[in-house]
Write a protein that binds this ligand. Structure first.
Ligand SMILES: [Zn+2]
Length: 306
């Protein structure tokens, strides 16, 4: 037992501390994570001063952005319109549901914070969206692809708004101060603006089953893993309202946690090939079931600025 202060609800807690090893690269170095007994947020208690060391070049080996030709872009635009406005689900792209629930319009100012190579924003461009900005402190340099699509080498604190739509796909959990990051996101949103935050959550069954071996702890790269309750507290404190939560966990929560429990890293064995096909299928079915029950290990939060 040890004492720490929760970043989200500020409660001082004498809680259970779990020792979690760095496993992605298999350095085996141990870090302490504690879970708030009040709001359920899991937080890294001893962040390393040299966090960059845990993001070696191969972590950020962004593949090149892949462009599609104008004919394909025409089809992509048609596809997203059919899906959004007529609910015709033919070859629905992964971002179809996100755009629909965000009620994104083609001329709105849209940003992806932690955009990597910018592929998602490019797909939105190809689907007809015209004001797209990506930010990522780890890309090589600024990259203005065309007047509608710009990528900037910049961290959250250096971004200037406002935006109509902000997306963070598994980026927030890598930021060292969750409450501060939430405040900043709210400031960057225009009134009536919407945000999509996708991240791991501590309510999932995988955390209960695997504890220190749960792959989404990803020590020490993940600073915070909030619960649904914590996300509500953060939203309320920042003039935001959560209007939809969709669980989108996958079989990854099982097979990768199984590897960690066996003491194996997954960075070079990520092809899942160590597991029989039937096993992977079982994990997949289980993930879909957990998502329905609200017990998947990650979720999409849709927020609106009041
Ligand atoms: Zn708390």
């Amino acid at each position: 037992m040890d004492e720490f202060v929760c970043n989200v609800c500020q409660h001082k807690i004498a809680g259970e501390i779990v020792e979690v090893k760095e496993m992605m690269f298999g350095t085996g170095e141990a870090f302490q994570y504690g879970q708030c007994g009040n709001c359920g947020t899991i937080q890294l208690l001893n962040p390393p001063p040299d966090i960059e060391y845990y993001y070696p070049d191969e972590y950020y080996a962004f593949s090149d952005l892949s462009f599609s030709n104008p004919h394909v872009n025409w089809l992509k635009t048609l596809r997203i319109k059919l899906f959004r406005f007529f609910d015709i689900d033919f070859f629905k792209p992964v971002y179809g549901d996100w755009l629909k629930l965000l009620d994104a319009k083609v001329n709105e100012k849209i940003t992806d914070i932690g955009c990597g190579n910018g592929q998602l924003l490019y797909e939105l461009y190809a689907s007809g969206f015209r004001d797209l900005t990506g930010f990522d402190p780890f890309i090589d340099m600024d990259f203005v692809i065309n007047p509608s699509l710009r990528l900037y080498k910049r961290g959250l604190d250096d971004i200037k708004g406002p935006f109509d739509i902000i997306m963070l796909h598994h980026a927030l959990e890598h930021m060292p101060d969750l409450a501060h990051a939430f405040r900043k996101i709210s400031q960057l949103l225009s009134v009536g603006g919407r945000a999509l935050v996708r991240l791991p959550v501590s309510d999932g069954e995988a955390w209960q089953i695997y504890k220190q071996h749960w792959v989404q702890l990803d020590a020490p790269r993940h600073y915070f893993i909030p619960s649904l309750k914590a996300m509500k507290l953060l939203a309320e404190a920042n003039d935001l309202e959560i209007y939809e939560v969709v669980f989108d966990s996958s079989e990854f929560q099982f097979w990768a946690s199984e590897l960690y429990a066996k003491g194996l890293p997954f960075f070079d064995t990520r092809d899942k090939s160590l597991f029989p096909k039937e096993e992977l299928l079982k994990y997949k079915r289980k993930s879909l079931q957990l998502n329905k029950e609200g017990k998947g290990d990650q979720a999409c939060f849709y927020l609106k600025k009041k």
